[in-house]
Design a protein around this ligand. Structure first.
Ligand code: FES
Ligand code: FE2
Length: 390
């Protein structure tokens, strides 16, 4: 549902020159690929186009199934600026709903996460719903002629699960499942059994950059030697990063990791990762903005939503492989120390991507050829061009 009327050109007022520059991503080969036209990072009209043509239309990751294990456990998120939630049902399935009261539209669940909400009341006039979205009670409405709670339901949204991740879409017409478009990626990521990883950090943050700048930063290993010189580069150097470009719905790269650093090491008790995969990590983006980094011991994910052109909201999760957690006696201490390490890397990235936005505002900002270690950006550019300029 496009809530904002399209302009006559159908492109929300984005200039033809910008759309033309973006559409050229579709025709260049990977060898001659350019970085994106800088205006796509700072243009409000372009942001509106993305909200309506990407975030309102695509499957969006809102969390992991193991984060809502019990009936009534829920997670909320705004997708394309519209509040939604997913909630575990009594029968163990998960359903997603518009997070909007049937009375006068108040947002029902305001917390990002919650436990055991088998019934919940609207904060405004206490209309009360159960986990299946049924309206149970509506105070003082018995005197309203013709009103009944019978058969009144929150709007259910389409939901899909891929390798432990929950995806929701606002697009009622979507006719494919997440997995339908992730062939190669399912092969690579299936090896890690990432649905079994246990999440111990999840939070949401607002960053001062465009959402695409963070996506691009996450999926390219070119910046490791500079931005993460002391943190990640010693474990998995830039020169080892191998992008695997050429995919429509996702992009990914793999890299060997150094097993003598004590981090990104597959535990010996893990017997399902085989051969060189025991010392290989991977980074992926399921388009538009679900980012995954996995090794035999940790899973790091982000799901990003634009917050205007110049800010983003990022949902972050950090999970540990069960075999790795079993090596630790004091789980709380292990969680805290691991979080500190990831927070340090995260801060290095945050500083970098906020600087990119600052530079992209410059009238002299321009497109460039790219390094062989960042050709995942080629896939991302083609995806944007296909979705936004066709
Ligand atoms: S808006 Fe929810 S009960 Fe009135
Ligand atoms: Fe980084």
């Amino acid at each position: 549902m496009a809530r904002q009327p399209e302009s006559a050109s159908g492109q929300y007022g984005v200039s033809d020159a910008l759309l033309q520059a973006l559409s050229e991503c579709k025709t260049r080969s990977v060898d001659e690929a350019l970085t994106l036209p800088p205006a796509v990072y700072v243009c409000d009209a372009f942001n509106r186009l993305e909200i309506n043509k990407l975030f309102s239309k695509e499957w969006i990751c809102i969390g992991r199934t193991e984060e809502i294990r019990e009936p009534g456990d829920f997670v909320t998120m705004d997708i394309a600026e519209q509040p939604v939630f997913a909630i575990r049902q009594q029968d163990g399935s998960i359903k997603a709903f518009a997070n909007t009261c049937l009375h006068r539209c108040a947002k029902l669940l305001k917390d990002t996460r919650g436990r055991g909400k088998l019934r919940f009341a609207c904060p405004y006039h206490a209309w009360t719903y159960d986990a299946s979205g049924s309206l149970l009670r509506a105070p003082y409405m018995d005197k309203t002629q013709g009103f009944t709670t019978e058969g009144r339901q929150l709007t259910e949204l389409k939901l899909d699960i891929w390798q432990g991740f929950i995806y929701v879409t606002l697009n009622a017409d979507i006719d494919y499942k997440v997995s339908d478009r992730l062939g190669d990626l399912a092969d690579v990521y299936g090896r890690y059994r990432m649905a079994d990883y246990i999440t111990f950090v999840h939070d949401d943050e607002l960053w001062n950059t465009n959402w695409k700048i963070l996506v691009e930063n996450f999926i390219e290993g070119y910046h490791l030697f500079k931005v993460h010189r002391e943190t990640f580069e010693p474990i998995s150097p830039t020169s080892w990063q191998t992008p695997h470009p050429g995919h429509d719905a996702f992009t990914y790269s793999t890299s060997k990791v150094k097993p003598d650093r004590g981090f990104c090491v597959t535990p010996e008790t893990n017997t399902h990762l085989e051969g060189e995969w025991r010392e290989t990590g991977s980074v992926a983006c399921v388009f538009p903005a679900h980012l995954i980094q996995i090794t035999g011991d940790f899973l790091w994910y982000m799901s990003i939503q634009p917050h205007g052109a110049e800010q983003l909201r990022v949902r972050r999760g950090l999970a540990v492989a069960p075999e790795r957690l079993a090596q630790e006696e004091d789980h709380e201490r292990f969680y805290e120390e691991t979080k500190q390490t990831f927070d340090r890397v995260n801060l290095e990235d945050k500083t970098a991507v906020e600087a990119v936005l600052a530079g992209a505002k410059n009238q002299y900002a321009q497109q460039s050829l790219m390094s062989v270690h960042e050709t995942t950006l080629f896939d991302f550019g083609r995806y944007l061009a296909r979705m936004l300029t066709d």
